[in-house]
Design a protein around this ligand. Structure first.
Ligand SMILES: Nc1ncnc2c1ncn2[C@@H]1O[C@H](COP(=O)(O)OP(=O)(O)O)[C@@H](O)[C@H]1O
Ligand SMILES: [Mg+2]
Length: 391
């Protein structure tokens, strides 16, 4: 296929390319090396190759290629959870398509490429305003990323966008990319009724092995070992279990490197203090103490475990902080109730704890019905907590 790596000629990527200078050995104290490693793992750095998404890319490429060859419009709906490589893969497909038909296509990405936004908007307005598209028009590829933001209550915008591709003389190919999986369930039936149902390409969450493969591939560009293999595996396993979000896997790896730096700094301070024979060494630096004796130039499993705990803990805190005030109070009441050996309760008992807590904080409590509704909402959220807390 045309998407086959060996046959693809690269045009200039819109993302930053990383140049990896030849370095024989990883030295975390070398700030230049440290920044190369961090950049290789940065979400905004384009990897040298995209692994695991060959089939999805091929499907989208072939769809667009056929539409162009047959000179007819069509639409694709690309969906998958955040961090499943949708944007990255579609950028690659566009590169390949552009390469294939340099002159025939005009590529519009109004939401991303600011310099093209005004002309893209202009073209879209023209498309929407004209009653009928002429069959002599050039073929046009519209890539609408983050489609979720266009999901208004009535979804007129989304419907109109997909309708553009279904007119008899349409020259538009639309690739709509969305994160919310249920968006498809909510609006595809309507599109079907309007006779413009798109072809759906689903990006499934990455598995443990896929995350591991992608991380290894990104790190292979470096000529030194940064991670202990078990540390990488731990990261891949935990992230796959939580969400399969590649962005998260990259963030955890970067955070693990920061952990190595922090603990190394802490341990070298300790060394210094011990050498100086002062009594300043803090009692809570015993964790750092055990790192002094160990290998200090590689990201180990313990660094990764700390990074994972830090990343996923902050997610829980974020979720709790984003809850409405009364749901937070209900949650506090639950914690208070279940602190002892108790492991079940009734809504009535929980309500009593809730009212008590409200009174002690001088907040007027909500009614019983509302409290039981809040419990229902929270129990849906708690399923997510459990997944995170197991980590
Ligand atoms: N198959 C892959 N190979 C290399 N890096 C990947 C891959 N999939 C995702 N990534 C990286 O993960 C991050 C999120 O990918 P992105 O395409 O933006 O996800 P989405 O658009 O699905 O939310 C990016 O930094 C990207 O480089
Ligand atoms: Mg995206």
């Amino acid at each position: 296929g045309v998407c086959n790596g060996s046959e693809v000629r690269l045009v200039k990527s819109p993302r930053k390319r990383i140049a990896f200078p030849e370095k024989p050995k990883w030295n975390p104290k070398d700030s230049a090396q440290m920044s190369i490693v961090k950049e290789a793992l940065h979400v905004s750095s384009a990897p040298l190759a995209i692994v695991c998404r060959e089939d999805e890319q091929k499907r989208v490429f072939e769809f667009c290629k056929t539409s162009i060859e047959e000179e007819r419009g069509g639409s694709l709906y690309v969906c998958g959870c955040p961090g499943t490589g949708k944007t990255l893969s579609m950028e690659k497909v566009m590169q390949n398509l552009l390469d294939w038909v340099k002159e025939m296509l005009e590529v519009y990405q109004p939401l991303k490429k600011v310099n093209r936004a005004s002309s893209a908007l202009h073209h879209l307005q023209k498309l929407f305003s004209q009653k009928k598209q002429s069959s002599t028009e050039k073929m046009m590829l519209i890539v609408a990323d983050e489609l979720d933001y266009l999901s208004t209550k009535d979804r007129f915008v989304l419907h109109d966008l997909f309708m553009l591709t279904s007119f008899p003389f349409s020259r538009c190919i639309l690739i709509g990319i969305a994160n919310a999986l249920d968006l498809a369930d909510r609006f595809l039936p309507k599109l079907q009724a309007l006779n413009c149902k798109p072809v759906v390409v689903t990006f499934r969450a990455y598995s443990k092995d896929q995350i591991l493969g992608i991380l290894r591939q990104r790190l292979a560009a470096l000529s030194f070992d940064v991670f202990n293999p078990q540390a990488l595996e731990l990261c891949a396993r935990k992230v796959a279990a939580a969400s399969g979000d590649m962005r998260k896997a990259l963030c955890v790896c970067r955070s693990a490197i920061e952990m190595l730096e922090e603990l190394r700094d802490a341990s070298s301070t300790m060394n210094f203090l011990q050498q100086e024979n002062t009594s300043l060494a803090q009692p809570n630096s015993s964790a750092a103490e055990c790192f002094v004796k160990r290998e200090n130039n590689i990201v180990r499993v313990d660094h990764m475990a700390l990074a994972l705990a830090r990343t996923f803990k902050s997610t829980i805190v974020d979720i709790i902080q984003s809850l409405p005030q009364h749901q937070q109070i209900v949650l506090c009441s639950m914690v208070k109730l279940f602190r002892g050996s108790k492991n079940y309760t009734t809504v009535g008992e929980l309500n009593r704890f809730y009212i008590e807590l409200c009174k002690s904080s001088h907040i007027p409590p909500a009614g019983f019905l509302e409290t039981s509704n809040m419990c229902r909402v929270l129990s849906a959220q708690l399923n997510r907590f459990c997944v995170l807390l197991i980590l």
